[in-house]
Design a protein around this ligand. Structure first.
Ligand SMILES: N[C@@H](CCC(=O)N[C@@H](CS)C(=O)NCC(=O)O)C(=O)O
Length: 340
């Protein structure tokens, strides 16, 4: 009898216990809010930057817009929140944003056993070094014995120590909390070199307006596969982010872009494309989205090739070749998984 009463009391508590926001799926929260909240760097040219006309631009920004198009049917419904390298994973885990798209390298220990998971790789980078030309340093090994500026909480601290130690060379790292502080120190000659991901490093030097004084040393010392992270335990949300990126890659592979998508959709015979663009149902239902999700992504944001070119490629100030970021059909590593 006592046991039954205890059970009833427990049941009552469970029934009337308010459901905390975190117990809701990320998809439900985003839908309820009518807006996607994305955690970004905010000062990374090519990835996430508030430009001169106060518009967000960059590869990571466009990934956020694509997810908003997939989930809410509107690529504009995104709020961007800036976050430092050091705090990014904890703030994602704490629910400060739905998605972290902050030029974040995927490593085993950032994902396995942590409260966050990477969803997909959207850019492959590597750690590079920039030096003042007047120092006449020509290769990485010549940096031995110098001080090198970097940002706290990045993969660069470990890579730097590892590369120089493996060659029995010594360097002194000078680690800064923010990107701005790191570049200020470098421009004030408080270190001989600055190190970061090659793409954002090139972008920052160009933006400084002093590119003529500096040079990037040849070679990179690490693999920096960058990608968005989501909270652990919400596989539906992880799937949405992953397949949104893959839909943009698939669009590139199939030559689909915002200009031709409507005429293509009107006369679709190919069963694969019918499923991809939601003429035939299946993908949307599996993800918990409308069947139009990939159509909305491609028509409102575009395909990966276009996004690459305007943010980091030939249509941008950075002018990075596609290299390993080319599609697998063109000798690169970008390989969309079957969207069906
Ligand atoms: N991919 C690296 C580095 C990410 C990062 O925070 N990079 C900073 C600088 S080291 C950045 O890109 N800031 C913008 C810039 O360099 O302009 C990681 O995930 O740890």
């Amino acid at each position: 009898m006592r046991l039954t009463r205890g059970l009833l009391a427990a049941l009552a508590v469970l029934l009337f216990w308010p459901i905390p926001a975190s117990a809701q799926s990320t998809l439900d929260q985003v839908r309820k809010r009518g807006e996607l909240v994305c955690g970004v760097d905010g000062s990374a040219p090519g990835f996430s930057l508030l430009n001169a006309v106060k518009e967000w631009e960059g590869l990571d920004v466009e990934l956020c817009r694509a997810v908003a198009a997939a989930v809410l049917g509107d690529a504009q419904k995104v709020k961007f929140v800036t976050v430092t390298a050091n705090e990014r994973f904890d703030r994602l885990a704490a629910g400060d944003f739905d998605l972290l798209a902050r030029n974040s390298t995927v490593t085993l220990q950032r994902s396995a056993g942590r409260k966050v998971r990477f969803a997909v790789i959207n850019f492959i980078d590597g750690q590079a070094f920039v030096v003042p030309k007047k120092l006449k340093v020509e290769q990485l090994a010549n940096l031995s014995g110098t001080t090198i500026c970097l940002q706290k909480g990045t993969t660069h601290e470990f890579n730097l120590a590892s590369w120089f130690k493996a060659r029995r060379l010594t360097i002194t790292p000078a680690a800064y909390d923010t990107t701005e502080a790191m570049y200020n120190a470098f421009f004030a000659s408080r270190c001989s070199a600055v190190t970061a991901d090659a793409t954002t490093l090139a972008g920052a030097i160009i933006r400084s307006g002093r590119a003529i004084e500096f040079m990037m040393l040849p070679g990179v010392i690490s693999k920096e596969p960058l990608g968005p992270y989501v909270r652990e335990g919400d596989s539906q949300w992880l799937d949405i982010v992953r397949w949104t990126h893959d839909a943009m890659l698939e669009a590139e592979e199939r030559g689909i872009n915002p200009k031709n998508i409507d005429s293509l959709k009107r006369e679709l015979g190919d069963p694969y494309l019918r499923v991809l663009l939601g003429v035939d149902p299946g993908n949307g239902k599996a993800l918990g989205l409308s069947e139009n999700w990939a159509y909305n992504v491609i028509s409102q944001v575009g395909n990966y090739g276009d996004i690459y070119e305007r943010n980091v490629g030939m249509g941008s100030a950075l002018k990075f070749e596609r290299g390993v970021n080319a599609l697998w059909t063109k000798g690169g590593l970008m390989y969309p998984l079957p969207l069906r």
